[in-house]
Design a protein around this ligand. Structure first.
Ligand SMILES: Cc1ncc(COP(=O)(O)O)c(C=O)c1O
Length: 307
């Protein structure tokens, strides 16, 4: 089914105040997660999250993994939700992790929502191997990124009926621009071809070049990069930086450099975690010369912060 505002609908169908006065929660098994989920609940405090395991990798990279030991699915969990690839980190939850989440969701009789906005099957911005998965207990959402008006939900009949009813009340009908674009692409039989031959190679090449530029200007000891496995962002971790990410954001902005402070990407995290104030999300869509100018400014600001 095609809807607008899919997460607002899904989270409020599956979480918040429910029958018998139970307040159900959306569980993010991995944090950081997509900032767009925050504030979508009609009730307060509908999100809970699970801090990740952080693996330090070679070449100044790191990777978040789901910490299944600390992951708690409780009686009030209403849905498990992950973005794959993840905005902001470019992480791609691997097949084994997805299978484990799928099994846990079934065991607790709650759905698993996989937000595939940048992933399988289109636009397919995943640089490593990731198998598509769907079954009656999975809600798979897709998007036309950039168009921001076409959310596609693949789910069992009862979920689709609930969303249809809500959409009928709130939007009457889906927005038609995304649908018109999609129809034209489908008629040309171009959807998967464009994803594989144009979109994914573009982002993959761009991210490889951007990482090289970062490494020319900023040493590993100053900044670790989340292993870029997909999506359209890089996630930078300034572990020992004497200033927090909000301060760095403000200083960069004065030079016209916009990076998003990582603090916003921890919906559901109700505890103080220094790591959540040490990261920034950067976009690598600009031409490489512009990226280089901005990285040079970032490098200067980091050195100033250490002085
Ligand atoms: C993980 C994720 N999910 C969903 C969306 C929403 O996409 P759209 O508004 O293009 O449908 C985005 C957009 O940035 C995203 O990053």
């Amino acid at each position: 089914m095609v809807v607008r505002a899919p997460f607002f609908y899904l989270f409020n169908i599956l979480a918040g105040c429910c029958e018998q006065g139970i307040k159900r929660k959306v569980l993010f098994p991995l944090t950081p997660e997509y900032v767009g989920y925050a504030d979508t609940g009609l009730d307060d405090d509908i999100f809970v999250t699970n801090k990740p395991q952080i693996d330090i990798l070679p070449n100044g990279q790191f990777k978040y993994r789901i910490n299944f030991e600390s992951l708690k699915i409780t009686d009030d969990s209403g849905v498990i939700c992950v973005s794959r690839p993840t905005n902001p980190t470019g992480n791609v939850i691997n097949d084994a992790e997805i299978m484990q989440l799928d099994a846990l969701a079934k065991q607790h009789a709650i759905p698993l929502l996989i937000d595939s906005a940048y992933g399988i099957l289109f636009p397919g911005i995943i640089f490593n191997q990731a198998t598509p998965i769907w079954n009656e207990n999975i809600i798979l959402s897709m998007s036309l990124p950039g168009c921001r008006c076409c959310g596609i939900i693949i789910a069992n009949e009862s979920i689709i009926n609930a969303i249809s009813n809500l959409n009928g009340i709130i939007s009457l009908s889906p927005g038609s621009i995304g649908l018109a674009l999609m129809l034209a692409i489908l008629k040309r039989n171009d959807l998967l071809k464009l994803s594989q031959t144009v979109i994914k190679p573009f982002y993959q090449q761009r991210v490889t070049e951007t990482v090289k530029i970062i490494r020319r200007y900023i040493p590993e000891s100053r900044c670790l990069i989340h292993k870029p496995e997909g999506a359209i962002f890089l996630w930078l971790w300034f572990k020992d930086l004497p200033i927090d990410s909000q301060t760095l954001y403000t200083r960069l902005k004065k030079h016209g450099v916009l990076m998003v402070p990582g603090d916003y990407f921890f919906p559901g995290l109700n505890e103080h975690w220094p790591h959540s104030h040490q990261c920034m999300r950067m976009n690598y869509i600009l031409p490489l010369e512009k990226i280089e100018q901005r990285i040079a400014i970032l490098a200067d600001e980091i050195e100033i912060a250490y002085q």
